[in-house]
Design a protein around this ligand. Sequence first.
Ligand code: ADP
Length: 498
Amino acid sequence: MTTTLTQTSTAQLPAFAQKFLKEPKKLFIDGKFVDAKSGKTFPVFNPATGETIAYVAEGDSADIDLAVAAARRAFERGSWRKMSPSQRSRLIYQLADKMEERLEDFALLESLDNGKPLSIARVADVPLAVDNLRYMAGWATKILGDTIPIPGDFHAYTRREPIGVAGQIIPWNFPLLMAAWKIGPALAAGCTIVLKPAEQTPLSAMLLAEIAAEVGFPEGVLNVVPGYGETAGAAIAAHPDVDKVAFTGSTDVGKLIVKAAAGNLKKVTLELGGKSPNIIFADANIEEAIAGAAFAIFFNMGECCSAGSRLFVERPVFDQVTQAIANAAKGMKVGSGLDQSTEIGPLVSDEQLDRVTGYIQSGIDEGARTLSGGGRVGDRGYFVAPTVIVDVKPNMKIMREEIFGPVVAATPFDDMNEVLEQANDTVFGLAAGVWTKDVSKAHNVAAGLRAGSVWVNCYNVFDAALPFGGYKQSGWGREMSHNALECYTETKSVVVKL
Ligand code: ADP
């Protein structure tokens, strides 16, 4: 493992970033940038150094009330839902175009704020967010009902109508992309929105609000209120005038959202944690499987809900595969996300650093062994070495709980049924990987896995047209694809006596 933990100081950043970080970062409510009612701000940290890089207005329940009221007025006024679908589509396309024009700015903010390599933000976060908006812009003109033959002299049909005010709470691992996954289908469906970015990573959502203001959505259609989860987030989940809440984050908070949403029985979609199995059979293309398994866990520092964090390798190739992944891990460049050659940036926060290193230690305490990594790198910033762990048992914490860091736990297996049982032995069901050249084995395992996405001979392949979401405690509903759109519409049956 090579490390360059030297940092770019704020003074060396491009002019855009220096200006952006210095300017007040306000809430975006009803088409205007405003201070929080309380007047409070909260600090944003650079995870590569731990230094404060900006202050952002801290929304709480009073600001959520204002944002929800603005979104409600916009919804009732009909300036968005009754706008012609092609015009709605055009505005979403314009938002995507502006995002693409500002790709470098968004990528830089994402890297500064989350810590991720700039190289990832440039080729993954921002382009995928743009693509998602474009995909959903296309749907705005294609939301159709059915005509339904029923007995008697009736003309019966369905209409798909927007649910109303959508509260959207997003996490810190792919801040802009998660915002796009949420606002895209809601806007296309004609909903109005109150979006709350994660307190760790509010910056790209602030730039999103700026470009949305330039595009000129009708006032109140998109409101962005940064703030803490327990205050602003909880206020969205419990708000009696929010019709739907969409949440991406931890399973524990997902359960709180469900409880809070019960007050007015708002519709709920959840994209939660994972402990995804990645299964390598001995007949796989081993070189590709090794590279794929490393990518499955180390991409975005393992801060991916779909991370392939439980690796199952058929016994004859277990040592070869795990050793090769450990060697790859040792060769990875750990450093500031802004350094062009960085492959592993810092984790997002000191809290996350403690959590991930705590899990590694718990594995070691329970008798597991590290083949690479094993803890923090350096004493500044929140860096953790990519870690491969073997000698694990199914009941260990590191095999059961989501770590959300660059840590993979590997287990040998002897046959297909055994590995399917082990792979499904989890409360989660978000994603899974299978590596084999045997076509029937690939399809049988894909069918047997209780997970919302299964990748065969590949991993972490996402597309706006592919549904994404979880079985079991990994979530409710699906994001992306037409499935996401359905989560933002109600179906109305209309029956006309002829
Ligand atoms: P993590 O533990 O990885 O930070 P969380 O699930 O806590 O992930 O956070 C995901 C999002 O949920 C963030 O925007 C956060 O502010 C928000 N959040 C946290 N707690 C609550 C809560 N009690 N109610 C609503 N939103 C919350």
